[in-house]
Write a protein that binds this ligand. Sequence first.
Ligand code: IPM
Ligand code: MN
Length: 367
Amino acid sequence: MTTHNIAVIGGDGTGPEVTREAIKVCEAAASKFGFKLNWHHYDFGGDRYLKTGEVLPDSAVEEFRKYKAIYLGAVGHPQVKPGILEKGILLRLRFELEQYINLRPVRLYRAADCPLKDKGPEHVDFVVVRENNEGLYAGAGGNLFKGTPNEVAVQESINTRRGVDRCLKYAFEVAKKRRHGKPWKGLKPEDVSVGKASQLTLCGKTNVLTYAFDLWWRGFQEMAPGFPTVKTDYAHVDAICMWFVKNPEWFDVIVTDNMFGDIITDLAAIVQGGLGVAAGGNLNPEGTSMFEPMGGSAPKYTGQNVINPLAAINAGGMMLDFLGETKAGAAIEEAVIKIINTKIQSLAAGKMGHSTTEVGDLVAAAL
Ligand code: IPM
Ligand code: MN
């Protein structure tokens, strides 16, 4: 029997609660599809930091390299200054483990959860491939004369040919496996000729950021001929924000840099029904990847058993898919859709009509 070892960081606030439900559902999928999951728990997060002053020791980063997957609940603690845990845990793992892709599938499961009038599941089904190691997040820059009237602050966007190309390549490959408007999971490349072509949209700002997005644009143009079944398209980031709302059905796969990806995936999360269902993967296809629900630690709901665990469960499904358990991944998503359509009143915390634990039980049972 295949065994997968997974490192788990439940993290802060409601992170551990939703992680528990994700593990429950992954375990149900494992018994159904015949594989084994070993979960190794790590207590990194705000509480540990406040007690010991330690955010993430170097030895832990080295230990994580032994895993193919890390499951992360959430980081962010009301008593810890913003940035310490985010940079010290989440961004550090993304960077040091070279999780250069942030993959965000965006699917609307039920029309009622979409804030956009007249849009249903057939209109909202796309994937954002966000560059996850460079851009404005690289931390390049500095300041001069801090705190004086002459203060200067510079924050630069770093875009390397290698970083841009590997992200574009990943995005083209995701697009190649998808048929426009259809879930890509389980589709073989030969299926792509059936129905509409796949489409990859580069999201940038070529009219203003003429250095960074010139590099992205050239990389995109040069790679396109190698993927003849993928139709290419370009949109400025500001326009994409309008079109996600007006015509989400235009999109199939979108590739973009780190900062724009951060912004447009929050917008996309709302279009798909909110943080209650939105999940993402930080991928290093050759190393250690990390899966997480999009939402934060939601400290005000901690311990109340009211937070929506579906995003965390979806992150678990993505993780199993990535580990090669494609049937289990697809089954978890189908079970989530079924439960949303039959049992869940609203995706908002406290309004589901069920507790966190009950929603986990319902999805596990639906498997
Ligand atoms: C995300 C988050 C992070 C980011 C924060 C918590 C640093 O917003 O995963 O999108 O900006 O990347
Ligand atoms: Mn974000």
